[in-house]
Design a protein around this ligand. Structure first.
Ligand code: B3K
Ligand code: ZN
Length: 874
C-alpha cells in the first residue's frame, strides 16, 4: 500500500455536490487473459450545465493504454495515482479508455480478482475504479453492456448483469458472451464472473406471470449443497410479492458462490456474488445456524433489488437508506417464515451487544455518518442494525398499512433514481400524516439513548404514573445531544398476570407511548392495583432502559408477560442484576450468591411444558461476556467471566435431575430443517452445557456419545462446543477426529478453527499459531482468518485480554501483515483493539502501545489509519 497522505483526508456529508458530468451508457469489453486483463470502456458523457470544469475520473491500480474522445486520440489529460483528469471536453462526447490490470495480484478482493480458479468482482463501495477509470459514485446511473472474452475450456461460464444477448466461439480456444442490463445502475452494482461451475437451476413465475430463470453457480462437486439456497431464493421472491407487493424485474437471477469474499454477499443487479458460507449447506456440513444465515442473506440480497438497486443511494453517507431498510426487510422475512420471538431476540442481542459497544467506542457515528475517511469502514452495525431499528420504529409509529403506503409512495417518487434518507422519511411522513420532524434526529445523532423510568401509584384515585426521562451520553464524535422521538411500548399487569387496559381521560390508548422530550409523565386511569409494568416491549427503540425492577417483578414477567420477547428480556435483566452484584461480591473476595427468586424463576422455565423449546433455549443461554461488559463503566474481564461461570453452575445445580430428563426428551429421529426440530436441537445444546457444569465426567461420556451418534452438523458442533468450553477430557480426541474428517473443506473446517480460537485456556495462542500452519488455512482467505483470529479476538475475552499483553501483540502482528494483503479485513479484525474504553488502566496502556506501533507503520492503509487514529484520540 502506498497511500499518499492526500488520500487520508476526510470527506464530509455536507460537501455533497451534484456531478459536473453524467454518463448515460457504458460499453465494457473485458479480455480476461494471463497475466494482464484488458478492459475497454466506451462511455457516453454529457456535461451537466455550462462550466469549464474538467472531468475527473476515479481509477486505482490501472495502467492506461489508450484514450480517445469521439474516436480520436486525446491528449488533454493528466493521470495521477487515483485519477484520470480530462480537460476541454465538448458538452457531449464518447470517451474510449483502454486499461490493463492484474486480477491475480489483487489480494484486497476489491475490484476484479481471482477467487481460486474463477474471476469475480466486488465493486461496492469503490471497487469499480479498480476495473476502469470512471465516475465511481452512486449518483451516476448508466446503462451497461458488457462483453467478456476468455479461454473457453477454463472459463466456460462468463456472467454479468442483465440479460445475455449474444455469445460465440472465437479463435485460439476463446469465446465471448455479451450482456445487456436494461436498468440504469450505479457502478457499485456492476459484476462480472468467469469460471467453471456446477449449476443448480430452477425458475419462478412472478405474480404477473413473468418466468424468471434462477441459477446458482457453485464450485464443481458442490451441487448437493445448493438446494437450500435455491429454496430460500424462491421463498424470498414470493414473500416480497406478498408482504411488500414487489416483483422481480429481469428474466434471470443468478447467484455465484465464491470462496474468497470480504463480507457476506453482494446484491449486484441480476448477478449476486456470495461468500460460499451463505450458499452451501447440507445436513452433514451445515448447522441450523448456517441454514438460518443462508435464508437471511439470500433474502437480504434479493430484497436489495428494490431497496438499493431500483432506488439507490445519492452518496455513500446515505448508505443506511438501503442497508437499514433492507435489514429490516430481511428480519421481517425471517420472522414471517420462522419464529418472530426468536428472531427478535437475536437481532436485539446484536444491537445491545456489539452495536452499543460501537456507539461507546471511537468509531461512534450516526446511522447517516457525517464524515468518512474510508467508506468501507462504515458498513457498520450502526448503519445496518441500528439503521434497521430506526426503520422498525417508523413501522411501529405508523403501523403496517401506513408503512406500506409510505413504501409505495417512496417507489413512485424515486424508482430509477438515487435518493437520500430524508427522501425516505419524507415519503413515510406524507403517506401517513404522522409527524416525523423530531424523529429525523435519529439520522443525525449518534450514541445510545438511555431511558430512566420511575413510577407511582395512587390507590385512592386508581391513577398510575410513569415518569420517563431520556438522556444520550456524549460520544467521541458528538459532545452535544438532543432529545429524540422514542416509541416506548408498554403493558401493565395485575398481580394475577392479567393485562390492565391502558386508559387516559376516559379513552383507551395504545401500547406505544411517544417520548418526545427530555422528561415526560404518562398517566393511566382506572388502574385497580399497583401494576407491574412491562417496559420497552419488543425493544421498541434502540435504547438502554433503567427501571428499578425487583427480582420478584422480573420473575413475574418471565412467567406472565404476554409477549415472548418480554419474557426473555426479563430473564436477561434478572441475570444482569445478578452479574452486577456478583462482580461486586467477587471484587470483595466473596463467593457469588444468587437469590432464591432467580433460581426458582429459571427452574420454572425448564419445567414449563407450554414454552417453545427455542424460546426456552434463548432464555437459558446466558448473555455473552462482552454483552455483560457493557453493564459496567470499568469492566473487570476476569470477574465477569468468573461470575458468569458461577451463575451457570448454580443454575445447573438448581436444575439438577431435570437436566438429564430434558436432554433425553429432546432426541429426534432423522434431521429436518424445520423450526420445531431446530428448537429442540438448540435446547439440547444448551442443556448439554449445563450438564457439563454439573458433572464433567458424566458430560464427557454424553458429549462423546452425542458426537459419535450425530447425523447432522448441529449436534456434532454442540458436542464439540461443550467439550471445548469445559475442557472436557474428550476435547483433544474429538477435535482431532473432526479435523481429520474435514481437513480439506474450508467452510466446515472454519468450525474447528473457531473452537481453537475460543479455547478458554492460557495455551490458546500456541494452538492458534499452530492452526495457522494448517494446509487449508490461508491469511488471504477472509473466512479462515475470521474463524481463527476473529474468534480469538472477539469471543475469548479472558485470553485475548491476558494481562501480559500477548493477545494484543498477536493481533497487532497479524494486522501488520494484513495491512499489505487485505486492509478491509484487517479493519474489521481491529475492532476489539479500539474498543478499550471500559478496560482498566494497565490493559489500556498495553493496547495504546500496540496501536501506536500500528500508527507508525509505513504505508498504513486508509482503512486502518482511520480507526487507529480515532482510537488513539480517545
Ligand atoms: N451491499 C453489500 C456490502 C458491501 C460492503 C462493501 N465493503 C452487501 C449487503 O449489505 O447486502
Ligand atoms: Zn445490504
Amino acid at each position: 500500500m502506498t497511500d499518499t497522505p492526500e488520500t487520508m483526508t476526510a470527506q464530509y456529508r455536507q460537501d455533497y455536490r451534484a456531478p459536473d458530468y453524467f454518463i448515460d451508457t457504458i460499453d465494457l469489453d473485458v479480455q480476461l487473459q494471463e497475466p494482464m486483463t484488458e478492459v475497454t470502456a466506451i462511455t457516453r458523457v454529457r456535461r451537466q450545465g455550462e462550466h469549464q470544469q474538467p472531468l475527473i475520473l476515479n481509477g486505482e491500480q490501472l495502467i492506461l493504454k489508450r484514450l480517445a474522445v469521439d474516436g480520436l486520440p486525446y491528449h488533454s489529460y493528466e493521470v495521477s495515482e487515483h485519477h484520470l483528469t480530462l480537460f476541454n471536453l465538448p458538452a457531449e462526447c464518447v470517451i474510449t479508455i483502454v486499461t490493463e490490470l492484474d486480477p491475480a495480484a489483487n489480494s484486497a478482493l476489491s475490484g476484479l480478482y481471482k477467487s481460486g480458479d474463477a474471476y469475480c468482482t466486488q465493486c461496492e463501495a469503490e471497487g469499480f475504479r479498480r476495473i476502469t477509470y470512471y465516475l465511481d459514485r452512486p449518483d451516476i446511473l448508466a446503462r451497461y453492456s458488457t462483453r467478456i472474452t476468455a479461454d473457453k475450456a477454463k472459463y466456460p461460464y462468463l456472467l454479468s448483469n442483465g440479460n445475455k444477448v449474444a455469445s460465440g466461439a472465437l479463435d485460439g480456444g476463446r469465446h465471448f458472451v455479451q450482456w445487456q442490463d436494461p436498468f440504469p445502475k450505479p457502478s457499485y452494482l456492476f459484476a462480472l464472473v468467469a469460471g467453471d461451475f456446477d449449476v443448480e437451476r430452477s425458475h419462478y413465475v412472478t405474480r404477473s406471470g413473468r418466468k424468471v430463470a434462477l441459477e446458482i453457480f457453485v464450485d464443481k462437486g458442490n451441487l448437493d449443497r445448493a438446494g437450500f439456497a435455491m429454496e430460500s431464493l424462491i421463498n424470498s421472491m414470493r414473500w416480497d410479492e406478498q408482504r411488500f407487493g414487489l416483483e422481480y424485474d429481469l428474466d434471470i437471477y443468478m447467484i455465484v458462490a465464491v470462496d474468497f469474499f470480504n463480507m457476506g454477499a453482494m446484491e449486484n443487479k441480476g448477478l449476486n456474488v456470495f461468500n460460499a458460507k451463505f450458499v452451501l449447506a447440507n445436513p452433514a456440513t451445515a448447522t441450523d445456524g448456517d441454514y438460518h444465515g443462508i435464508e437471511r442473506v439470500i433474502g437480504h440480497e434479493y430484497f436489495h433489488n428494490w431497496t438499493g438497486n431500483r432506488v439507490t443511494c445519492r452518496d455513500w453517507f446515505q448508505l443506511s437508506l438501503k442497508e437499514g431498510l433492507t435489514v429490516f426487510r430481511d428480519q421481517e422475512f425471517s420472522s414471517d417464515l420462522g419464529s418472530r420471538g426468536v428472531n427478535r431476540i437475536n437481532n436485539v442481542r446484536t444491537v445491545r451487544g456489539p452495536q452499543f459497544a460501537e456507539d461507546a467506542g471511537p468509531m461512534a457515528h450516526p446511522i447517516r455518518p457525517d464524515v468518512v475517511i474510508e467508506m468501507n469502514n462504515f458498513y457498520t452495525l450502526t448503519v445496518y442494525e441500528k439503521g434497521s431499528e430506526v426503520i422498525r420504529m417508523m413501522h411501529t409509529l405508523l403501523g403496517e398499512a401506513a408503512f406500506q403506503a409510505g413504501m409505495r409512495f417512496y417507489f413512485e417518487r424515486h424508482d430509477g433514481s438515487a435518493a437520500t434518507c430524508d427522501d425516505f422519511v419524507q415519503a413515510m411522513e406524507e403517506a401517513s400524516g404522522v409527524d416525523l420532524t423530531r424523529f429525523r434526529r435519529w439520522y443525525s445523532q449518534s450514541g445510545t439513548p438511555e431511558l430512566t423510568v420511575t413510577d407511582e401509584y395512587d390507590a385512592a384515585s386508581g391513577i398510575y404514573r410513569l415518569h420517563v426521562r431520556q438522556h444520550t451520553p456524549p460520544t467521541q464524535d458528538q459532545p452535544q445531544k438532543l432529545p429524540l422521538h422514542i416509541p416506548l411500548d408498554i403493558e401493565l399487569y395485575d398481580q394475577q398476570g392479567a393485562a390492565i387496559p391502558l386508559q387516559y381521560q376516559g379513552k383507551a390508548i395504545g401500547n406505544v407511548l411517544n417520548v418526545l422530550d427530555a422528561a415526560h409523565t404518562f398517566e393511566f386511569e382506572q388502574v385497580p392495583v399497583k401494576p407491574i409494568p412491562s417496559l420497552l416491549r419488543d425493544f421498541s427503540a434502540p435504547v438502554k432502559l433503567h427501571y428499578d425492577y425487583s427480582d420478584e417483578a422480573l420473575a413475574f414477567l418471565m412467567r406472565f408477560a404476554r409477549n415472548e420477547f418480554a419474557r426473555w428480556d426479563a430473564a436477561q435483566m434478572l441475570i444482569n442484576k445478578a452479574v452486577i452484584e456478583g462482580v461486586a461480591q467477587v471484587q470483595r473476595g466473596q463467593g457469588v450468591e444468587l437469590s432464591q427468586t432467580l433460581l426458582a424463576a429459571f427452574v420454572a422455565i425448564v419445567d414449563d411444558g407450554e414454552l417453545d423449546p427455542a424460546l426456552k433455549a434463548e432464555i437459558l443461554a446466558l448473555p455473552s461476556e462482552s454483552t455483560l461488559a457493557e453493564l459496567f463503566d470499568v469492566a473487570d474481564i476476569d470477574a465477569i467471566h468468573q461470575v458468569r461461570d458461577a451463575i451457570h453452575t448454580r443454575l445447573a445445580e438448581a436444575f439438577g435431575a431435570r437436566l438429564v430428563a430434558t436432554y433425553q426428551s429432546l432426541r429426534l429421529d432423522g434431521y429436518q430443517v424445520v423450526h420445531a426440530d431446530m428448537a429442540k436441537r438448540a435446547l439440547k445444546g444448551v442443556v448439554l452445557g449445563y450438564l457439563a457444569a454439573l458433572n464433567a465426567e458424566h458430560a464427557d461420556a454424553l458429549v462423546r456419545e452425542q458426537y459419535r451418534a450425530a447425523d447432522n452438523m448441529t449436534d456434532t458442533l454442540a458436542a464439540l462446543q461443550v467439550a471445548n468450553s469445559y475442557l472436557l477430557p474428550c476435547r483433544a480426541a474429538l477435535l482431532a477426529d473432526f479435523e481429520g474428517k474435514w481437513a480439506k473443506d474450508g467452510l466446515v473446517l472454519d468450525n474447528w478453527l473457531r473452537l481453537i480460537g475460543s479455547k478458554p485456556a492460557a495455551d490458546v495462542l500456541s494452538e492458534v499459531k499452530q492452526a495457522m500452519n494448517h494446509p487449508t488455512f490461508s491469511i488471504r482467505n477472509p473466512n479462515r482468518l475470521r474463524a481463527l483470529a476473529g474468534s480469538f479476538a472477539m469471543s475469548n475475552p479472558v485470553q485475548f485480554h491476558a494481562v501480559d499483553g500477548s493477545g494484543y501483540r498477536f493481533l497487532t502482528d497479524l494486522l501488520i501483515e494484513l495491512n499489505e494483503v487485505n486492509p478491509q479485513v484487517a479493519s474489521r479484525l481491529i475492532t476489539p483493539l479500539i474498543q478499550f474504553k471500559r478496560l482498566d488502566g494497565a490493559r489500556k496502556a498495553l493496547i495504546r502501545a500496540e496501536l501506536t506501533r500500528l500508527a507508525k507503520l509505513e504505508g498504513l492503509a486508509r482503512d486502518l489509519f482511520e480507526k487507529v487514529s480515532k482510537a488513539l484520540a480517545q
